[in-house]
Design a protein around this ligand. Structure first.
Ligand code: SAM
Length: 223
């Protein structure tokens, strides 16, 4: 049931008390509980349908004593008394992940580790982590079903990211592995396509064109 992407996320979980926010089917906490990597988890989910499915899945696996499924928005699923040590938020846009962290920052006072997997908009996640006093300790990248996903692991601490690190990753932008280069080339193709369409529409000098040209230049520099 668990896919390659979530397995890679799971490999970064080193604490015993987890909150998985936007858990959907609860596959991630179920996998970690079966592997004996965690001994308590909250599977937080905002939508009724997936929330019910998560309860059913957890019950079927006999893990109701380990995983609590809670219907809640973002970090509202967490009580400070839960003593959560690590939070995972996966499979959403980076803006939404950043928003969830901002709105729930009172739940971060015990400084749980954060493992985040934005589907896009990674920059918003890195910026928010820096704002909240978190530092990125690892990044990973994986391709599944034609999409390339980034994973960002952070812990309590200070960082000061350069522009390129916000956009392209604190570590990924330096390692520049094959998948990273592939992802940035795809991004560059998209930008160039939009630019060609705008040129056809004779909008060469619009602000949008200048912005996209700057973006293309940045990508070309990093790969
Ligand atoms: N985390 C799983 C994964 O990576 O495979 C599921 C990803 S699924 C695409 C995103 C889930 O997040 C959906 O089930 C959605 O209902 C839930 N979600 C969206 N916004 C949320 C929020 N503010 N709080 C809790 N769950 C949310």
């Amino acid at each position: 049931a668990i896919n390659k992407r979530l397995k890679l996320v799971a490999s970064y979980v080193e604490d015993k008390r987890l909150a998985d926010i936007g858990s959907d089917h609860a596959y991630l906490p179920i996998y970690l509980a079966k592997e004996n990597k965690i001994n308590f988890a909250i599977a937080g989910e905002i939508v009724e349908g997936p929330h019910k499915v998560s309860i059913k899945n957890v019950k079927e696996e006999g893990l109701s004593g380990v995983i609590e499924c809670r219907k809640a928005a973002g970090l509202e699923a967490i009580e400070l008394a839960d003593n959560i040590e690590v939070i995972t938020i996966c499979g959403m846009g980076g803006k939404l992940i950043a928003d969830i962290l901002e709105k729930g920052k009172d739940k971060l006072i015990n400084r749980p580790n954060l493992i985040l997997q934005p589907n896009l908009g990674e920059r918003f996640v890195r910026e928010k982590l820096q704002d909240l006093g978190y530092t990125i300790i690892a990044e990973d990248i994986i391709e599944e079903d034609g999409h390339i996903y980034e994973i960002i692991v952070a812990t309590d601490g200070h960082m000061s990211l350069a522009e390129d690190e916000k956009n392209f990753g604190k570590f990924l932008s330096k390692e520049k592995n094959d998948l990273f280069v592939k992802k940035q080339k795809q991004e560059l193709d998209k930008v160039n396509y939009i630019l060609s369409q705008l040129e056809k529409a004779k909008e060469e000098k619009s602000e949008k064109v200048l912005e996209l040209q700057a973006k293309a230049k940045k990508i070309e520099e990093v790969i």
